[in-house]
Design a binder for this molecule. Structure first.
Ligand code: HEM
Length: 120
């Protein structure tokens, strides 16, 4: 049976900073998927006031509010995580990256909860 190199055991996938990079990638892709839907919704304004109004009423649905909370979380986690990556790339290296990544997660969670609190 073929033996796997110690470099390819998959252990890196349990590393907090690998997970942070994966969260960054997935949140970026999810935001990119959301954008065309957002433009479609905005495009309703061209069709007339009533169409846009109907859509805005639909967004008052609690499930939509929950989905929007997820979106706020994705945007916050991607933006703050992206700022962390930009800081790594452009500033002198600093220790404590795991703590920073955890801070990003917590701040994004707080932003999402703050949105939910004002939305309901
Ligand atoms: C809000 C401010 C934003 C900041 C500061 C930001 C920052 C970044 C950075 C620094 C990267 C490169 C990450 C790396 O090299 O590891 C990145 C990747 C990416 N971003 Fe953003 N971004 C922002 C908003 C967005 C938005 C709104 C979208 C989608 C509409 C988006 C989609 C993506 C995607 C798809 C990637 C590629 C992820 C990958 O393949 O690993 N970003 N972002």
């Amino acid at each position: 049976m073929e033996r796997r190199s110690p470099l390819h055991t998959g252990g890196h996938r349990r590393n907090a900073l690998w997970i942070a990079a994966m969260v960054h990638r997935i949140s970026g892709l999810a935001l990119a998927c959301f954008l065309p839907l957002h433009f479609l919704a905005l495009g309703l304004a061209i069709q007339g006031e009533a169409q846009l109004d109907g859509f805005l009423k639909w967004t008052a649905n609690p499930y939509v509010k929950l989905a929007e909370t997820g979106l706020v979380f994705l945007l916050a986690v991607h933006m703050l995580g992206g700022l962390r990556v930009l800081a790594i790339e452009n500033l002198p290296w600093r220790e404590g990256q795991r703590r920073l990544a955890m801070g990003v997660l917590i701040l994004a969670g707080i932003a999402a909860l703050a949105f939910l609190a004002t939305a309901v």
